[in-house]
Design a protein around this ligand. Structure first.
Ligand code: TRP
Ligand code: SF4
Length: 326
């Protein structure tokens, strides 16, 4: 299967991305033709007023793609492939404005976000650009989280409408591959979010990681070491699940009994979590440190070249179907 997904460079990569996105992509790249990209134009649709971090975050994401081990995938940057813009313009011809105004994420963000100006037409066109990303590579599967499912549905509708209008089956209809995102709250027990400052960066050091994990909020019932608790309502336990403690029956029992019978302290419990996290993440940290700017540029050049050659072919077909050959 041809698989494609993108991520917006709007902030630092945190461990939620690793568990919810990258681990899934790593599995998919094993037996599929995978394309992963940095959606920098999509970042602009909502953050055009401040572009000061765009370059840094884009490079950092690309380096993170490499460090986590996505070396069997084609990695590229959206804005390097100008055909995405051309395809967006052409797809916009068959996309009614009402389809875009109905998009749930669009409606929600227009209502909820008040600190930024989202009245730009680029933001309304967000799903058309996303459809262009997906259809350009004729992706069969698009791994996304719950919030993106509607965008993939819309992509199918746009593909259908294009094929019907120009009487040619140019685009296959992509399916969303809904990834189960493990629950991981921020260090203060609220939703992990940049604006709360409670995120845990993916790329860090063992020392900094322990400074973030050890003070984490736990089951509020465990005020003292002698108070029993319940892992099921503790954010730390969700991390244990995400980082493999629950794959080990003895450790699972140790936490379960230790917590509910007040035989272990929360610090003991968090130290076990840290051990798992460091085991899983330290190879990534080591690789990240070794990747140079030249390595990133080389990977980008290769990925962009491969993406570009597919994009050129698709656009030939698209222009032919519409009648744009002179
Ligand atoms: N909209 C996606 C997000 O915010 C990012 C994205 C852009 C994307 N283009 C895509 C995802 C194409 C999948 C396919 O997460
Ligand atoms: Fe949470 Fe572990 Fe403390 Fe129980 S012992 S409350 S699971 S951190």
């Amino acid at each position: 299967m041809r698989i494609l997904s993108g991520i917006r460079p709007t902030g630092r990569v945190h461990i939620g991305h690793f568990v919810g996105v990258f681990e899934n992509w790593l599995k998919l790249q094993e037996d599929n033709d995978t394309f992963f990209f940095v959606a920098d134009w999509h970042a602009l649709t909502t953050n055009f007023e401040d572009t000061s971090t765009l370059r840094e975050y884009t490079k950092e994401l690309m380096k993170t793609f490499m460090a986590v081990g996505l070396n069997k995938s084609t990695l590229f940057v959206q804005s390097a492939i100008k055909e995405h813009a051309e395809l967006m313009v052409l797809l916009s011809m068959v996309t009614p404005v009402s389809w875009l105004e109905r998009v749930p994420t669009y409606k929600e963000m227009r209502q909820q976000i008040t600190d930024r100006d989202l009245s730009n037409s680029g933001f309304l066109m967000y799903p058309v650009l996303q459809a262009a990303d997906i259809l350009m590579y004729k992706a069969d599967g698009v791994p996304v989280g719950e919030d993106q499912v509607y965008h993939v549905e819309l992509t199918r509708e746009i593909a259908r409408r294009f094929n019907y209008t120009f009487k040619k089956e140019v685009f296959p209809e992509p399916k969303e591959l809904l990834s189960k995102v493990p629950k991981m709250l921020g260090t203060d027990g609220r939703k992990m979010s940049k604006s709360y400052g409670n995120t845990i960066p993916l790329i860090t050091t063992e020392n900094d990681m322990s400074k973030m994990i050890l003070p984490m909020i736990t089951d509020p019932a465990r005020k003292r070491r002698t108070d029993p608790g319940n892992p099921e309502i503790c954010p730390v336990w969700d991390y244990h699940k995400a980082f493999g403690t629950t794959d080990n029956p003895e450790e699972t029992q140790w936490v379960m009994e230790g917590c509910t019978q007040a035989k272990i302290g929360c610090i003991d419990c968090k130290k076990l979590l840290l051990k798992h996290m460091v085991e899983r993440l330290s190879p990534i940290w080591e690789r990240y440190d070794k990747i140079t700017e030249d390595d990133v540029n080389e990977t980008l050049e290769n990925g962009n070249a491969k993406a570009s050659s597919i994009a050129k072919q698709t656009m030939e077909e698209v222009r032919n179907a519409i009648g744009l050959m002179y």
